[in-house]
Design a protein around this ligand. Sequence first.
Ligand code: NAP
Length: 285
Amino acid sequence: MTAQLIDGNALSKQLRTEVAQRASALKAQGVTPGLAVVLVGDNPASQVYVRNKVKACEDSGLHSVLEKYAADMSEADLLARVDALNNDPSIHGILVQLPLPAHIDAQKVIEAISPLKDVDGFHIASAGALMTGMPGFWPCTPYGCMKMLESIGYDLKGKHAVVIGRSNIVGKPMALMLLQKNATVTICHSGTQNLKAQTLQADVIVAAVGKRNVLTADMVKPGAVVLDVGMNRNDEGKLCGDVDFEGVRQVASHITPVPGGVGPMTITMLLVNTLEAAERAAAGA
Ligand code: NAP
């Protein structure tokens, strides 16, 4: 079996076209969806990420502002900026790029963002909403994974999903989203004994670890769907995921590539969340 690719670029293009259409309908009502991206310091990777996010907004007709601050910005000044953005009616989504410099308490800053504008979905209120099935914003990366499963018409009901990784931004919310769609979910982590015994049971595997070749072909049940969230560099310095792509694609039914898989979907779901925040604000929600 050679797995079918789930193409994150193609799906993103389709979803971003829908975002642009909905944004233009909202603009006709006098509301332009707006995202504020806040960057503190000069982390090179963060600079690329924020540039990509701002460009994605522009391409889809969303208003965006990029606020850049020096690495020695105080926590109090950053909290004051977040507060100002919370009260700015032209801004519907606020994203503070992580990591923040060590002297700033990142969790405190995230909790300062209004849950109504928490388009990254990292606020405790957003996590609570996801856990309880209430309306809120879902973290973009696992949300993108769910859209990828939806795009292949995959019915999760009764299926066994194994999530490798339990971070607050990927693994745990991923598991909750799969559970919400009636999968039976196992969460694995660095303390899991015999990972292979777990993954071999899985109809769906999400790898979100940050280590190359965490998932190899011998660990995958024939026909399983494999989503690769990992972002690593191989020996040649090229971007690669957590999954041994060439091996696993011979066993899986569907697989996401790296690059061109989950990565583009993450930014796309940020646009979706921002649009959603603007639609809710326009509806007075
Ligand atoms: P993280 O916070 O470092 O979490 C990694 C998780 O993997 C932890 O729960 C850890 O377990 C677990 N783990 C480590 N070694 C393991 C092993 N040998 N077997 C099983 N589990 C193991 O990372 P993250 O933020 O979730 O990100 C994970 C990966 O996704 C990274 O490569 C990151 O760059 C990538 N990522 C990609 C996107 C995208 O848009 N494509 C977005 C976000 C993240 P413990 O909890 O026990 O330590």
